[in-house]
Ligand binder design. Structure first.
Ligand code: SF4
Length: 722
């Protein structure tokens, strides 16, 4: 008998968190219907939301545990794989817990992420747990927590529709966060002015009223000069500064040297443009800042973030609808991964590891039945530090839950060397990704649509997921896998036992006061709930900082920030600055490249080169060129365009056969957030002089993806979204 049902859930791609219905036929997901009443996307989805389900029933899903022997994987039983993992974790943690590290999965439900950090902390006794926010929005967490007291978006998504002036800097939301871009378009239709500052003339820049082209990594110089103009023209909000902030005089003193002349020289923006930007932003009644990875993925990412906070506080553009500092979070649940304590500095709910009382609270909470937890009140290693420690032989075991650092971390050669240097790499995944292929043990996990739980979107909205089909073969739900490992390591089962994701969420609420009021009844509605949600009768409004900030004294703290710029600057050998981006049809690679419809739209990567730079090198459109940096080289098809500034080139980061991160720089990172410099490194491009077969070998990079350059499609983004 044919049975069709609709199962409401949340899109698994970007941090906008659109509501969708999975169409399920006889127990198998076969399609998606947008969720018409959903408050975030109002019945619309982007191509990823529409076709991004196609990966879930692929034949190459992992269905049984794998153990590597003599360089080859063989199938194993769960008992064998779990015993092997548990005994290695037990052996190393008994000797030195800090030789173990965990990467949590920001695509996974909150409940799985909470259990990952619990496995690290409770069973292994280490604070070495982190996730990919470190290399996307780590600077947001560090920067906004320093200035405002909390590292999240200050306003709800719909707030943007109330803005008069929207300043988008370092964000291409039309491709990376399309349903948020739709709200920007709606605001513009209501009369808001939209300004986009970006080194590339992106699809977002194309829908703006004004586009400001500037040099990669010069955001601080631009914003400091805007601050000086605002102060010089007496446009600052004096009452807000006096009542709600501290550190203004220091900010004023620091920014006085950022003259228009100096800022223009650094940024490449004309003096009069900087002046007019500053005056318009400060004169608007409700001005909002929107940013994304163009701000954060720098070796000074936290400084960039704090500069945006300085600008907003200076003009009183915070704590009101239509204003705010609005970082657009990358992956579907990267906000949740931070909230769940998958951070070496923070437990769930941003409770600080370094606070001895807090650490003691967690030690007490997690101890019992004769089992004692003794976590140190010292932060563990970040994701970047764990990889460096593995490279140096100081980390023995790494447990990677659903992340693919071989593709997504800077400097792939360094990453592979680090993973190969471990005594054991454990990867819990749905597919044999590039990272899983390096593993010693692979644990097959249930995917999206195959488990219950919650995702938290970029506006702190915690939304329920619903199971639509069973996992394939012998794949298990993630938290069950980790529960079983903890028990086999000797944690008494009552301390690590759950019957449902809901039970795990109840524990989360007990540990995280910011979510204390989120009971299931309130949560499992289309509107869901935003944190902070302190009690069951808290209205949980998305707008933060109406009356005070979350700092100890309730004041916003201006930061003195100096321009430093990218660590690698162009020189004769490497004269171009490489930046990396996403495209509309892909989200990393493990999932979207396995969706036929999405993959057909953009089958492989490319490098965008300005017409002048291409002409100087004799490069023609679609020609496969050699791109190389101090770290390595790739062969990649050229896309010649005037949408990018001369001297800057761009590669989307999704494609292993021409992986941008072979070139990027992992040596230099932000001291405040440990972010590596993914958005700027010096490279050179040249024509191949060899014959095409040689080029093709390099281009395919040992994978079975063989695509001619003519297959690269260009896309009309607006048509897809509006
Ligand atoms: Fe999914 Fe983001 Fe697209 Fe919404 S905008 S459908 S959450 S990828």
């Amino acid at each position: 008998m044919l049975e069709i049902k609709y199962v409401p859930t949340i899109c698994p791609y970007c941090g906008v968190g659109c509501g969708i219905n999975l169409v399920v036929r006889n127990g198998k997901i076969i399609g998606v219907e947008p969720y018409k009443r959903h408050p975030v996307n109002e019945g619309k989805v982007c191509p990823k939301g529409n076709f991004g389900y196609e990966f879930i029933n692929r034949e190459d899903r992992l269905k049984t545990p794998l153990i590597k022997e003599n360089g080859e994987f063989r199938e194993a039983s769960w008992d064998e794989a779990l015993d092997l993992v548990a005994s290695k974790l037990k052996e190393v943690s008994s000797d030195d817990p800090n030789k173990i590290g965990f990467y949590a999965c920001a695509r996974s439900p909150n409940e799985n992420i909470y259990i990952t950090q619990k496995l690290a902390r409770v069973a292994c006794g280490t604070q070495n747990v982190d996730h990919c926010a470190r290399i996307c929005h780590g600077p947001t967490v560090a920067g906004l927590a320093t200035t405002f007291g909390s590292g999240a978006m200050t306003n709800g998504f719909d707030s943007i529709k109330e803005s008069d002036y929207i300043f988008c800097i370092g964000t291409n939301s039309m491709e990376a966060h399309p349903l948020f871009a739709r709200k920007i378009i709606q605001a513009r239709k209501k009369g808001a002015k939209v300004v986009v500052a970006d080194p590339r003339f992106t699809p977002t820049a194309k829908i703006a009223d004004e586009y400001v082209e500037f040099k990669t990594g010069t955001d601080v110089a631009l914003i400091n000069a805007m601050i000086k103009v605002i102060i010089d023209n007496n446009l600052q909000d004096k009452e807000f500064i006096e009542k709600r902030t501290r550190g203004y005089e220091e900010l004023k003193k620091c920014t006085q040297k950022y003259t228009l002349e100096m800022a223009s020289e650094i940024t490449g923006i004309k003096e009069e443009v900087i002046k007019h930007l500053a005056i318009e932003y400060a004169s608007a009644d409700k001005a909002a800042i929107v940013y994304s990875l163009g701000i954060t993925e720098h070796s000074h990412g936290a400084d960039n973030v704090m500069s945006t906070a300085n600008l907003a506080m200076l003009t009183g553009n915070i704590g009101r609808e239509g204003t705010g500092v609005n970082p657009l979070r990358g992956q579907n649940n990267v906000q949740g991964a931070c909230d769940m304590g998958a951070l070496p500095t923070d437990y769930v709910g941003y409770r600080k590891v370094q606070d001895e009382k807090t650490t003691q609270w967690f030690n007490d909470y997690y101890s019992g039945y004769g089992y004692e937890v003794n976590l140190p009140a010292e932060p563990g290693l970040t994701l970047v530090e764990m990889m460096n420690a593995a490279h140096d032989g100081d980390l023995k075991v790494l447990y990677i839950h659903g992340e693919d650092p071989v593709l997504s971390d800077a400097d792939i050669k360094h990453t592979k060397e680090a993973l190969n240097n471990l005594e054991m790499l454990i990867v819990q995944e749905c597919f044999l990704t590039d990272t899983a292929q390096c593993a010693d043990v692979v644990l097959p996990a249930a995917g999206w649509g195959e488990q219950e739980g919650t995702f938290t979107n970029g506006e702190r909205r915690v939304q329920c997921l619903h199971k639509a089909q069973e996992p394939p073969g012998d794949a298990w739900i993630d938290w069950k896998i980790m529960e079983e490992i903890a028990v086999r390591m000797g944690v008494p089962r009552p301390l690590f036992h759950y019957d449902s994701a809901e039970e795990i969420f109840d524990e989360i609420r007990q540990c995280a006061p910011i979510m204390a009021g989120m009971n299931r009844e309130r949560l499992d509605t289309p509107e869901a709930l935003h944190w902070p949600c302190l009690s069951e009768d808290d209205p949980c409004k998305p707008l933060m900082y109406e009356d005070s900030f979350k700092t100890p004294d309730g004041l916003g703290v201006f930061q003195v920030i100096e321009h430093t710029g990218p660590v690698e600057t162009p020189d004769d050998e490497y004269p171009l600055i490489l930046t990396t981006t996403r495209v509309l049809f892909h989200y990393h690679a493990a999932m979207t490249r396995r969706c036929e419809t999405l993959s057909n739209e953009v089958k492989t990567g490319f490098i965008e080169i300005n017409t002048k730079d291409a002409a100087e090198r004799g490069i023609i459109n679609n020609e496969v060129v050699r791109a190389f940096s101090r770290r390595g080289e790739i062969a990649v098809p050229a896309r010649i365009t005037d949408d990018i500034k001369p001297g800057i080139v761009n590669i989307p980061m999704h494609f292993a056969e021409c992986a941008a991160n072979v070139l990027t720089n992992s040596d230099s990172f932000d001291p405040k957030s440990k972010m590596v410099e993914l958005k700027a490194c010096a490279i050179q491009i040249e024509k191949f002089e060899d014959d095409f077969d040689i080029k093709k070998d390099i281009y395919n990079n040992g994978t079975d993806i063989s695509i001619e350059a003519e297959d690269i499609s260009t896309t009309t983004v607006r048509k897809e979204v509006i």
